[in-house]
Design a protein around this ligand. Sequence first.
Ligand code: ADP
Ligand code: MG
Length: 415
Amino acid sequence: MVIMKILVVGKGGREHALAWKFAQSDKVDEVYVAPGNEGISLEKKCSVVDATTVEQILNFAKSKKIDLTFVGSEDYLANGIVDVFREENLAIIGPEKKSAHLESSKVFSKQFMRRNNVQTANFEVFDNANNAINFAKKTNYPVVVKADGLASGKGVFICDNFEQAFKAIEEMMVESRFSDAGKNIVIERFLNGFEASLFLLLDARNYKFFNFSKDHKKLLDGEKGPNTGGLGAITPHPSIDGRLMKKIDKKVILPTINGLEKEDIFYKGILYIGLLIENGEPYVLEYNVRLGDPEAQSILYLLKSDILELSENIVESNIMDSKIEWYDGYSLCLVLCSEGYPFSYMKGEKIHFEPRIDSKIFFSGVKKGGSDLVTNGGRVLSLVNRAATLEEARKAVYQDAERIHFNSKYYRKDI
Ligand SMILES: Nc1ncnc2c1ncn2[C@@H]1O[C@H](COP(=O)(O)OP(=O)(O)O)[C@@H](O)[C@H]1O
Ligand SMILES: [Mg+2]
C-alpha cells in the first residue's frame, strides 16, 4: 500500500481538525502542519513545522516529499500558494489566486453574482468617497457597508442611519483604516433572517454538495455583542428543509457553478457559500474559498468518509466517484476563548484538563509551557462531539467545557 505524507497549511483549530481527519486514514503515515500550533503536535501521526511564508512552506514540501497539501487558511490562498505549488507539479487542495478573488474581493464576488444571476442583496459599488456619501444621503436604512478586501471579519458595518454610514465610508475610504482593502466599497441592502454556511466540493469539472453548518459569530449569547472569528458551530444546519434546499439549488448553487464554468474559473477545493435566508428566500452574502473555523471542526467530526480519498478525487477531477458519508445525527463545536477576546486578553495561562473528557479537543491559541499547555491566543481550543440528537451532542460538549480550566476561560452558553 502507498503510504502518504500530508501537509496542512494554517495554524488554528480548523487545521488541527484537518490534520486529525487525515491521520485517521490508514493510507496516511505522517501529517505536518505549517505553521500549526504546539497543541497539534500532541495528535497521533501529527507534527508542526516552523514555516510561515509561502516560500518556506514550498521548500519544506519539496524536501520532505509531501504527497498532498491541503490549505486551510485564506491568507495563503490569497497570496497564491496554490499557483506556486502547481508550477512545481505538487498536488495541492485549494483554489488558485484567480479563484481566491471570490473571497478576497467583495466587489468581484458581488459583480460575479450579478452577472450570473446568483440571488444576492441589491448593491452598489464605489471607488470614490463623495459618490458613496451622496448615495448614503438618499438611500433607505438599514444598509450594510463593506470593505472590498480581506479585513479579518472587521470590514463590515451594519448602519441604521446616514451618520453611521458616513462614519463607515470615512473610515474606509478617507482615513484608510483598512489600507488598500477599503479603497473600494460595497453598499448593500440589509437582509433580515437567519444565516447558514453551505459547503461544496469542486474538482474544476464537477461538484458535490458537502454539508450545511450553522456558525455562531457573535461574542455573547443570543447572537449579541461584537463579531468574532466564530465561537460555535452545528452540523448539519438544523433549519434547512427540503423546500428551502430546492430554492438554494436553483437560485444559488446552479448559477454559481455555471458562472464559474462560463468565466473559466477552474475551481478545485472547498467552496463555502455564506447564505442569509430572508422570508424563505436564500441570498448569498459572500463566498469563502476554504472551510470556515469553527465550522470545519464540526463538519470534519461528522464526516465518515476518508478525507484522503475525497482529496485525491478533487485533485484528479474525479469528485463524482466519491461517496460522501456522514455519521448519523449532529455534531456540535464549542470554542473556549480567553475573556476579553476579540479585543485584549491574557496569554500564558496554564490549562488544566481533568481526566474523563469525552469530546474531541482541537487546539487553536495554545503553546507549550514546560510540561503543560498554556493559552496563546483569543480562541484557545474547541470541543466537538456528535450524537443522534443535537441535545445529546450539546450536553456532552458542555459537560466537558467544565472539565477544562484556565483563569480567563469564557464560552457561549447557547450553541
Ligand atoms: N446584507 C446583509 N444583511 C444582513 N447582515 C449582513 C449582510 N451582509 C453581511 N451581514 C452580516 O455581517 C457578517 C459579515 O459579512 P460577510 O459578508 O460575511 O463578510 P466577512 O465575513 O468578510 O466579514 C455576516 O455574517 C452577517 O452577519
Ligand atoms: Mg462572512
